[in-house]
Write a protein that binds this ligand. Structure first.
Ligand code: 3PG
Length: 392
């Protein structure tokens, strides 16, 4: 981005791929973190006189326009934050997009409609994606890749378009990659990873690649029950991936003492804020009850490890933090990270949202990544297509 700004962008059409995939309830954005994270690049370009054309996706529509996934609420929010209205095209690269871009004044910002309304965006067929990328390229003079959360996707507006226009890394992509490289490089020890979220199967690749590098892996969230089952404990009606139990047994055996599991669990008779709850030792989860959060003993133990860490990477909530009775586990460990002097990185949409929704200070963490899958794939050591294409 600095190189591009040094070249000068006044009057040039700059296509910015941003990740504006925010949680929406009806038309209300419940966490605008990704919109705010996209602002610096967009406003620097606008202030330098560019005609900024933003491309983004929302959710996973089926390759066809669907009002439920319209970027309209995002265009509004982006305009509010920029302090200037953002015109929303009502198609991706069609007549409305062309007209919106043609009437864009220097220093102003327009948003294309959800790029996933065009099935070619996510097509596995490279020729189909390339055809859409040509259409994106016709709307702009240069391309800035700033949607870090989506750089692990080989999609037309992320990957293919970078080959059709002079392409630059935006400030957010650069910052994210730099921070995550400190984790894959030589993190300050002890290196502690805190993992939550619902499924072990989603996190298996990152667990396998991190375990040899970390000093401790603290497990919470729905995925802890498959580990507890691998230890031979009953988990009642808690979330369980029976086909992953053997894998968890192997991981526990291959890395003795490194994987820490919850000592106590908040269990409930129902998945609701009104459920009857009790806190029990992890060995005492009865049939008919499901674990929805880690308990206070676990928070205390995990907090001790987090406080002593040199580096912390956290992905995934410890419990169903959206429901008040099951928020304390996530709040407790997050607070321990805030209180520790460790270099701390929060990765993942859900954990980043938890930080904001639970009212924790964002500046209590060294870096809050906008990438969920993208940051995990980076830590796995996978090539991220949207980054690789910029490195050329
Ligand atoms: C995310 O939310 O992780 C990114 O926006 C990517 O979305 P996707 O998983 O639907 O590709």
């Amino acid at each position: 981005l600095d190189d591009l700004l040094a070249e000068g962008v006044a009057g040039r059409r700059v296509l910015v791929r941003a990740d504006l995939n925010v949680p929406i309830d009806g038309t209300a954005i419940t966490d605008d973190g990704r919109v705010r994270a996209s602002l610096p690049t967009i406003s620097r370009l606008a202030e330098a006189g560019a005609k900024v054309v933003v491309a983004a996706h929302l959710g996973r529509p089926k390759g066809t326009p669907d009002a439920k996934y319209s970027l309209a609420p995002v265009a509004l929010r982006l305009g509010e934050l920029l302090g200037a209205p953002v015109a929303l095209a009502n198609d991706v690269t069609g007549p409305s997009a062309r007209e919106t871009v043609a009437s864009l004044a220097e220093g102003s910002v327009a948003l294309l409609e959800n790029v996933r309304f065009d099935a070619r965006e996510t097509s596995k067929d490279a020729a189909e994606r390339a055809a859409l990328a040509e259409e994106f390229a016709a709307l702009a003079d240069v391309f800035v890749s700033d949607g870090f959360g989506v750089v692990h996707r080989k999609q037309a507006s992320v990957y293919d378009v970078a080959a059709k226009l002079p392409a630059y890394a935006g400030g957010l992509v650069l910052a994210e990659v730099e921070v995550l490289r400190t984790l894959t490089g030589e993190p300050k020890l002890p290196y502690v990873v805190l993992l939550g979220g619902s499924k072990v199967s989603d996190k298996l690749a990152v667990i396998e690649s991190l375990l040899p590098k970390v000093d401790a892996l603290l497990v919470g969230g729905g995925m802890c029950f498959t580990f507890l089952a691998a230890e031979g404990l009953g988990v009642g009606d808690s979330l369980l991936e029976a086909d992953m139990i053997d894998t968890c047994k192997r991981l526990l055996a291959e890395h003795p003492g490194k994987i820490l599991l919850p000592a106590d669990i908040v269990i409930a008779d129902d998945f609701s804020a009104e459920a009857t709850t009790q806190t029990v030792l992890a060995a005492n989860i009865s049939a008919g009850w499901k674990g929805l959060d880690v308990g206070p003993i676990t928070v205390e133990r995990y907090s001790e490890v987090l406080t002593a860490a040199g580096t912390v990477f956290w992905n995934g909530p410890m419990g169903v933090f959206e429901l008040a009775p099951f928020a304390e586990g996530t709040r407790g460990v997050a607070q321990a990270i805030v209180d520790s002097a460790a270099f701390s990185v929060v990765g993942g949409g859900d954990s980043a949202a938890a930080v904001r929704l639970l009212g924790l200070p964002e500046d209590g963490f060294s870096h809050i990544s906008t990438g969920g899958g993208a940051s995990l794939e980076f830590l796995e050591g996978k090539d991220l297509p949207g980054v690789a294409v910029l490195e050329g």
